[in-house]
Design a protein around this ligand. Sequence first.
Ligand SMILES: Nc1ncnc2c1ncn2[C@@H]1O[C@H](COP(=O)(O)OP(=O)(O)OP(=O)(O)O)[C@@H](O)[C@H]1O
Length: 280
Amino acid sequence: MTKTAEPLVRVTGLTKQYGDTLAVDGVDLTVRPGEVYGFLGPNGAGKTTTLRILTGLISPTSGTVRVLGGAPGQAQVLARTGSMIESPAFYPYLSGLDNLRLLAEYAAVPRRRIEEVLTLVDLADRAKDRFSTYSLGMKQRLGVAAALLKDPELVILDEPTNGLDPAGMRDMRQLIRELGTEGRTVVLSSHLLGEVQQICDRVGIISAGRMVAEHDVDDLRNDRELVIQARPLDRAHSVLRGARRSGSAGRRRRRGPRRSGRAPRCPHRPRAAGVRPPPR
Ligand SMILES: Nc1ncnc2c1ncn2[C@@H]1O[C@H](COP(=O)(O)OP(=O)(O)OP(=O)(O)O)[C@@H](O)[C@H]1O
């Protein structure tokens, strides 16, 4: 794999409008070579739309997008990018192996690479079984195998652990972490902060189409003040009070009765949480 010194992905002022819906609203983001970048946000925040733009599946309404030094969708960019956007689509009546053979033929990938990726995602034993007999976790892993066929420098995965059971999530996270340690650059979307903390080096947080923050994940682990901007303020306060109550109830169940009136502190928990109205 060749490495470029420039950011692998540089997005500036990206917007995407669907009719009346502004799905992505002025997003800036930078992904550096060799990092696992987590694109974190709730449902409908604009993650999939942004990733679809990065992979050239759709065009932005405005903004600049550079991927691997070129425009998304350019042949030389696609040749160095592997992606799994939303649920992977395969022929249900073909085996995992035959599905990958078709894709490999289409992408002019040597057949020996198929074995390699099946081993990498731990599907070699079930490769000859029909896709329709695979569990959700196996389907997702076959999707990652397909994304890796071209031995890409950049791997883009849209919610790769979505719908998986805890064991499937653990396997998928481990696989992604391994891709990162191999020196590949990975961009993944997630709505789970804990997941991003476990597997990513850096995180971009998106909400309602807008990039709220971009951080090294280590910064999230340090005790920092968390400021939530919200409106209306009284509703935000009551949501926060409810979250505190459920958080301390969960800790009591695990650790037994508290000795003092103060809630025990979780090491990854921000030192203080405050709510303030968003800027007008
Ligand atoms: N093809 C489309 N046509 C119209 N609106 C769309 C289209 N695709 C996405 N949207 C809207 O754009 C907004 C962002 O959607 P998007 O799928 O990018 O969010 P997301 O963060 O990926 O959410 P999720 O986690 O649920 O997948 C949503 O309001 C969605 O309804």
